[in-house]
Design a protein around this ligand. Structure first.
Ligand SMILES: Nc1ncnc2c1ncn2[C@@H]1O[C@H](COP(=O)(O)OP(=O)(O)O)[C@@H](O)[C@H]1O
Ligand SMILES: [Mg+2]
Length: 392
């Protein structure tokens, strides 16, 4: 039988296809058990619903069989939060300064593979539903190119004020704190930021916005798996990912790519919301306009809960356009009911965090001050990109 060292050496051939490094270097080999004619290997995954679990299974088996071991048992567990953070550091991730979102309990990124599946509609209505449940809720519109959150909350043409401590104060509507790039550009003008500019703006949205105490911050991601999603997932290593898809198989395939992106940046996928799942006519006839079953299939595949099926209804669209979320305007509409159900399911999933504030007094000003002292340049306009007005 090979030794532990020989097995570890062989396992260096197993490359995480998303992180582009081998599982030994990544510290994902949790345990090796050597028995008579068999070797057991436990691999720690970044998320329980890891879409590439079966690839690891095959690669690990092949690597150890290559040493002449007849039977290879591969088991999986999940990295703890602190192990994931250590992994993030190993991969050279940038992180928010400590304390930036200290008063925000949970961050949930709402993503989809493609646009037009109702991601923003779901985000806005979930936020309103959570607020109606008595939660303190914020929405960060991170869809910088296709921002639609201001309109959905009836917040067109307003600019957020800046506090005495030079923090941007989110606008508030229907009990939800809202921040969007749309507040800083001419109405309906195009945002062309990319790369470093984008990174800076998004960092500011998290760092320089006075979110205050929130139970949940929902982040409306742009479609796809591009710059913004990557930046945010890196800045928010503890965020959960909520996937929105329509019922048809093609949408589900693109949604799976978003899931792979979440895995790549070690974000847990909280669950799936299927939107546009069926339309019922006033006479009660039901049509599956966008097919059937895609959301459940995706949830099964990722081994995460299916949190809701939201039907197509005219009022959901109309209320989004009118700037009052339907979950508030008509909670009994079938789509509103589904979204309120989703909101409660989401809440039930979130672990109850022990508030640091209860154990030690929080001094929110301290981290900000120390950063300006250490790095005075960060207070000046950055040469690489635009600043939101308050920092310019
Ligand atoms: N379940 C639904 N019923 C009716 N209209 C919907 C539904 N979901 C989304 N819409 C409408 O579809 C359009 C696209 O939705 P939106 O939330 O902007 O998608 P995304 O943010 O994914 O691009 C909007 O006009 C929205 O009002
Ligand atoms: Mg949108």
């Amino acid at each position: 039988m090979p030794t532990r060292e020989e097995i570890l050496e062989a396992l260096k051939a197993v490359i995480d296809p998303e992180l582009h490094k081998d599982i030994v270097t990544l510290g994902m080999v949790r345990d090796i058990e050597i028995g008579e004619g068999r070797v057991g290997v436990t691999v720690s995954l970044t998320t329980p619903g890891c879409p590439i679990r079966s690839q690891f299974q095959t690669a690990v088996t092949n690597a150890v069989r290559g040493l002449g071991v007849p039977t290879v048992d591969v088991a999986f567990d999940v990295l703890t939060d602190s192990e994931k953070q250590a992994l993030g550091r190993k991969l050279g991730r940038t992180q928010l300064p400590e304390g930036a979102l200290a008063q925000v309990e949970h961050v949930i990124c709402v993503g989809s593979g493609k646009g037009g599946v109702g991601k923003s509609t779901v985000t806005a209505n979930l936020a309103a539903a959570l607020a109606a449940e008595g939660k303190r809720v914020g929405v960060l519109d991170a869809d910088v190119w296709g921002y639609s959150i201001p309109r959905m909350f009836g917040l067109g043409g307003q600019r957020p004020p800046v506090s005495a401590s030079r923090k941007i104060i989110p606008l508030e509507a229907h009990g939800v704190k809202v921040m969007s790039i749309g507040f800083f550009v001419e109405e309906d003008s195009a945002v062309v930021w990319r790369g470093p500019m984008l990174h800076k703006a998004l960092t500011q949205f998290l760092e320089d916005v006075d979110w205050g105490e929130l139970d949940v911050l929902l982040v409306d991601l742009p479609p796809g798996t591009g710059d913004v999603s990557m930046t945010l997932s890196q800045l928010l290593p503890e965020a959960k990912f909520l996937l929105v898809t329509t019922p048809q198989p093609t949408a589900q395939r693109v949604a799976r790519r978003a899931a792979e992106m979440a895995h790549k940046v070690s974000l847990d996928i909280a669950g799936v919301v299927e939107n546009m799942s069926g339309f019922t006519t006033p006479s009660g006839e039901r049509f599956q306009l966008f097919g059937e079953g895609g959301g459940q299939e995706l949830a099964d595949e990722l081994d995460v809960p299916m949190l809701g099926k939201v039907p197509l209804t005219m009022p959901l669209r109309a209320q989004a356009d009118a700037g009052v979320p339907l979950t508030l305007e008509d909670p009994d509409d079938p789509a509103a009911q589904a979204l309120r159900h989703t909101a409660r399911g989401l809440l039930a999933l979130l672990p109850v965090k022990l508030r640091m504030a209860a154990a030690a007094p929080v001094e929110p000003a301290a981290p900000v001050l120390s950063i300006t002292q250490v790095e005075p340049a960060s207070a000046a306009p950055a040469p690489t990109g635009p600043s939101l007005p308050m920092a310019g």
